[in-house]
Design a protein around this ligand. Structure first.
Ligand code: ADP
Length: 533
């Protein structure tokens, strides 16, 4: 019944505190990963914009060069002479491999190449001618655009020999009385990337970003804003260069990756949430344990009330019954009469003991219990108690042995309180013995301690209960104990009394074999002897 109630409380606690906390943590985790995704997306968009602007820049520069090409031709009467000046006009002699002017039927009208032993002027010229002829329809499209007043630059790759590829940028120029020509600007791709795009890269790349350009065929890095071993990582964004089909530009964060950044934040927040949850769980456990203790105490108290009522009722009923029998003079002989008298005395003593226990308990609980400490011999206390209690032991067919220390066992104690503790121990020894009815009482002084011990050969105490039996109202609710009545106060009083004397109670017990309770006191010191006379 009680367990069921506790389980309900535990369930309610879990539902009220833990479930919302855990749900909230789950919700936060999912939101967290969503916001990390957003963060990733923003980064990616930013990188995308940078890549776009680099591409745009390359287009603008080459567009400007084509314009200069056109202007130079327009300002001169001889296109042969003018074409040789263009590289200087543009200011990029090293990058330009060659220039050509073709009429609308793709016939070469002029060609110029700054001296280039590697590529060979002729090789470039023929290569260029071949390449343009195979792409005639593209050139026608350029012409059509031009009639619509739109100039587009078309890139072509010209293969010279096995390894060299020159980029030919073709645009329609119009300078000779509105006549249309194809102007071709042949560029060394790597040179352009290094000289023109390199500075732009460095201008764009902030502390966090790393930009690079690489040859798609070989994987070689042509230009980069940092000298790192692993330029390309998982989080690298790359786009091809619009005008340079062989090359691509890549961009990535310099230090940690976006995923790492996100994971780091995820971890930090996650740890925080888990810590809060653990605190909540600890809190819930503490609250639950307190509630459980309160519920148990309430249960023990109500057991106590019913036990005490029973304890009062039984002796009262006996006293009444025997007193009435005596009063009605129905007793057959003198022997029986004596027996009835002694039962009445015994039962009144039992009542007195119970009431004394309750009174002492209430005094201890309210802090009103006073101890009258003086020099006392434990042997004397045992003798006094046994002079009254020996009779009870005998009466209930207990054999008893008493071993008192040869010398007086002197302690600083309240004689009455120690006697009360001893009576409780003897009482328990009798209550919790079954067939083996034997009680041994010893006194002694050992290892700086004085003691009285009470040993029985009774039912013993299971180790699980050994600590708890000293708690107030606690009773073992299994085995023979069921039939032995009690208030659950005895041992808590014994312990309180021992503690008040600066001592403690030791217990050795084996279920089924018996128990030994030892009341230990500190040895009497001579200076306290003086102060107490
Ligand atoms: P009460 O005897 O009134 O129940 P106590 O505080 O004296 O209360 O004892 C608490 C419990 O400890 C008892 O209910 C009993 O189960 C156990 N106990 C005490 N003394 C002994 C003993 N000598 N042998 C076995 N069990 C004991």
């Amino acid at each position: 019944m009680r367990r069921k109630r506790l389980n309900t409380i535990l369930l309610v606690l879990l539902l009220l505190i833990l479930a919302p906390a855990l749900l909230y943590t789950g919700y936060e985790f999912s939101r967290l990963s969503k916001s990390e995704e957003q963060l990733s997306r923003v980064y990616e968009q930013q990188l995308e914009t940078v890549l776009f602007s680099v591409n745009q820049y390359a287009t603008d520069i080459t567009g400007g060069w084509i314009n200069t090409f056109e202007r130079t031709l327009a300002s001169s009467s001889s296109s042969h002479a003018a074409i040789a000046e263009v590289p200087t006009e543009i200011g990029a002699r090293e990058t330009i491999r060659g220039l050509a002017l073709l009429d609308s039927s793709i016939t070469m009208r002029a060609f110029f190449s700054p001296v280039d032993e590697e590529t060979g002027t002729d090789a470039l010229r023929t290569g260029l001618q071949d390449s343009l002829e195979t792409h005639r329809e593209k050139l026608d499209r350029l012409l059509r655009y031009k009639t619509e007043d739109y100039r587009k630059i078309e890139p072509f790759l010209v293969q010279i020999g096995d390894s060299i590829r020159v980029l030919a940028l073709v645009a329609v120029l119009s300078f000779d009385r509105g006549q249309h020509f194809f102007g071709v600007l042949c560029l060394d791709q790597e040179d352009f990337i290094q000289r023109v795009l390199g500075p732009k890269f460095r201008a764009i790349a902030s502390e966090d970003l790393l930009l690079f350009c690489r040859d798609k065929r070989t994987g070689n890095i042509v230009v980069s804003t940092a000298d790192l071993e692993n330029m390309v990582r998982e989080d690298t964004q790359s786009r091809r260069l619009w005008l340079f089909p062989d090359y691509e530009i890549g961009i990535r964060l310099r230090g940690t990756t976006i995923e790492e950044l996100a994971a780091e934040r995820f971890m930090q927040t996650g740890v925080l949430f888990i810590a809060v949850d653990i605190l909540l769980i600890i809190g819930a456990i503490i609250v639950f344990r307190n509630i459980r203790r309160e519920v148990e105490l309430a249960q023990l108290k109500s057991d106590f009330v019913s036990n005490v009522s029973h304890e009062l009722k039984t002796p009262l009923a006996l006293i009444r019954m025997f007193a009435e029998t005596l009063e009605m003079k129905r007793v057959p002989n003198e022997e029986k009469k004596q027996e009835y008298y002694s039962i009445i005395v015994q039962e009144t003593e039992r009542l007195t003991r119970l009431i004394n226990n309750i009174l002492t308990f209430s005094r201890i609980e309210s802090g009103r219990k006073e101890y009258h400490m003086r020099r006392t011999d434990l042997n004397t206390i045992v003798e006094k108690v046994m002079s009254i209690y020996g009779f009870h032991l005998e009466h209930r067919e207990f054999s008893s042995e008493i071993h008192l220390d040869d010398r007086p066992v002197i302690v600083h104690a309240d004689e009455e309180a120690v006697a009360e503790a001893l009576i409780n121990l003897i009482d328990n020894a009798m209550k919790y013995s079954d067939e083996q009815r034997h009680v041994a009482i010893r006194t002694g002084a050992r290892e700086g301690q004085c003691f009285i011990e009470v040993e029985d050969h009774g039912i013993g105490i299971d180790p699980r209960h050994q600590k708890r039996i000293f708690e107030k109202f606690y009773r073992v609710s299994e085995g023979l104990v069921h039939t032995a009545k009690g208030s659950g106060l005895g041992l808590s009083l014994v312990q309180a009394i021992a503690t008040a004397h600066g001592g403690h109670v030791q217990l050795e017990s084996t279920p089924g074999r018996g128990s030994r309770f030892r009341l230990c006191f500190p040895v009497f010191k001579s200076d306290s002897q003086h102060s107490n006379g």
